[in-house]
Ligand binder design. Structure first.
Ligand code: ABC
Ligand code: CA
Length: 493
């Protein structure tokens, strides 16, 4: 599928080892042990209803290749520590299970996104004394299909460097668990990787790929790799800098995760005193992207949590109003929304590995407040896409509010009202001001989250500005009532 196909989708990101076990066998899962808890591809198949009923139509799973077993930081249960790209990770199931997952998704018209790691492998050091001249000894012959030291860059660690050459050619990891950096300057290595991605995408019917560590490989490696993949490419560039993130957009990959916006969102809604200004003033990534080929669609992915960051409630101290506002902002803006499994269950794990809890421990409950919230948000986005053909290509804009804890985002037909006042009922609720002229006088709007009506000012007093007062610190997603159908398309019937 293309970037344009993906732009209409919303993605459920899961950690394969932590989402569902085969036959729903219930295993304990202590995240601090950094080991396999038993999730599998078959387990995912059995819980696709759970994902689809929330309104998701794409699933991003963990990297599928064989990983290092015992390391100083536990096992490769997350999938980012490849040892052999040509073998599947046996902990997740058999080849036929992964193919069955792909088929099951497609039978539901859902997309499969594979996560691919080509920047590095994981190498368990075989020496204990590490000298500056020879940092550590690795068994390169076990890193396949490459297998020789020349297929990797010389040993050096990236550490805290921001030097682009160091980011690209030195190694992630540390001396306890080095991540040997693939020599992506070598034409033979490049050809092998391009052939590998082509085969992997076709073998497992991937509709798109999430690419790990994009900023750690030279930019001009990516266009051929993306072309070989032949499907939508979504790159991870972990940065707070919008200009840096955007420099890869379209030029290296079709889409990038909007990490800058992630940080701005956490700053805005992470506490009731969060600063809302960066979120509103930062330029959008597509606006900063290098000029792309005519007609080339570029895309950002919006998210509030992922497997590398502490879960949002671990910042927002379980204030449900802050969580609901932050989650809302992800679904109503320009980016394709990505929800990290477990957010809908209210999981609160902190930094890696605490943020990778087993979902089966909460029993896939669907009568939870955040499950309902996610469902309403997906329905709102789908309604907007259906009602306005230009929804996906029209940039959202912030409408300045005088109240310091109020935000308003317009992306027609959605008008979203956000606040970081929090759930504390004694807090004075902020008022949003819908500018005069935005809607015809007396138009009825409906908040798709609470299914309550708001009537636009009749303009008799000459003002015409509509005031909406927040309730309990909750966000609102408004659309004209005329857009809702009686039977309902999932959005406030
Ligand atoms: C394991 C343990 C950790 C332990 C660590 C040493 O080892 O679980 O508890 O601290 C995989 C596993 C991890 C594992 C790592 C290392 O491998 O999932 O559990 O950690 O062995 C991707 C994947 C990620 C994956 C890898 C490596 C790469 O999404 O899951 O991790 O295969 C860098 C990379 C980025 C990478 C990330 C983990 O590391 O660029 O691609 N993600 C700064 C740098 C970033 C850097 C980041 C690391 O630090 O600019 O380049 O990301 O945290 C500030 C933040 C900064 C931040 C800046 C932008 O903003 O405080 O941290 O970024 O505000
Ligand atoms: Ca590299």
């Amino acid at each position: 599928a293309s970037a344009e196909d993906w732009s209409k989708r919303s993605i459920y990101q899961l950690v394969t080892d932590r989402f569902a076990t085969s036959n729903d066998s219930v295993a304990p899962c202590d995240t601090s042990l950094r080991t396999y808890c038993g999730g599998s591809w078959t387990g995912i198949i059995d819980h696709l209803d759970y994902i689809q009923q929330m309104g998701f139509d794409a699933v991003w799973i963990s990297p599928i290749a064989q990983n290092a077993e015992d390391t100083a930081y536990g096992k490769g249960y997350h999938g980012y520590w490849s040892t052999n790209l040509d073998l599947l990770n046996p902990h997740f199931g058999a080849d036929s299970d992964l193919k069955a997952l792909s088929k099951a998704l497609h039978a539901r018209a859902m997309y499969l996104m594979l996560d691919v790691v080509v920047n590095h492998y994981a190498g368990v050091p075989t020496n204990t004394t590490i000298s500056p001249a020879n940092l550590f000894t690795l068994d390169y012959s076990s890193l396949l299909p490459f297998g020789t030291q020349d297929d990797f860059h010389p040993q050096c660690f990236i550490g805290n460097s921001n030097d682009q050459a160091v980011l690209e050619q030195c190694w992630l990891g540390d001396e306890n668990l080095p991540l040997p950096d693939v020599n992506t300057e070598d034409p033979g290595v490049v050809a092998t990787l391009n052939a590998w991605i082509k085969k992997t995408v076709s073998e497992y019917g991937a509709d798109g790929i999430r690419i790990d560590t994009v900023k750690h490989i030279r930019r001009n490696f990516w266009p051929d790799f993306a072309k070989s993949a032949g499907v939508f490419t979504l790159g991870e560039i972990l940065t707070t800098d919008p200009v840096y993130a955007a420099s890869y957009l379209g030029a290296a990959v079709d889409g990038v995760f909007d990490y800058p916006k992630y940080y701005q969102t956490v700053t805005a809604f992470g506490s009731t005193s969060g600063n809302l200004s960066a979120l509103q003033t930062s330029p959008s990534l597509p606006a900063l992207a290098p000029p792309s080929a005519p007609g080339r669609r570029v895309l950002t992915a919006a998210f509030l949590e992922n497997h590398d960051q502490p879960r949002f409630p671990s910042y927002a101290s379980t204030d449900t109003a802050l969580t609901k506002n932050a989650m809302t902002s992800v679904f109503v803006g320009d980016g394709m929304p990505v929800l990290y499994y477990g957010q809908e269950q209210g999981y609160q794990g902190g930094a890696d590995p605490g943020n990778r809890e087993a979902l089966w421990l909460s029993g896939y409950e669907t009568n939870k407040p955040l499950v309902a919230h996610v469902k309403a948000l997906n329905a709102a986005r789908k309604l907007a896409i259906a009602k306005n053909p230009a929804f996906l290509t029209t940039q959202a804009s912030w409408i300045q509010q005088s109240n310091p804890s109020a935000l308003m985002l317009s992306k027609p037909p959605l008008l979203t009202l956000l606040t970081n006042i929090g759930a504390n009922t004694s807090a004075v609720q902020p008022t949003w001001h819908i500018p005069a002229g935005m809607y015809k006088p007396n138009t009825t709007l409906v908040d798709l989250l609470a299914c309550q009506a708001v009537v636009v000012d009749g303009g008799e007093a000459g003002g015409g500005v509509t005031e909406v007062r927040a309730q309990g610190g909750m966000p609102q997603v408004l659309v004209p009532a005329s857009m809702l159908s009686r039977k309902g398309d999932g959005a406030c019937p």
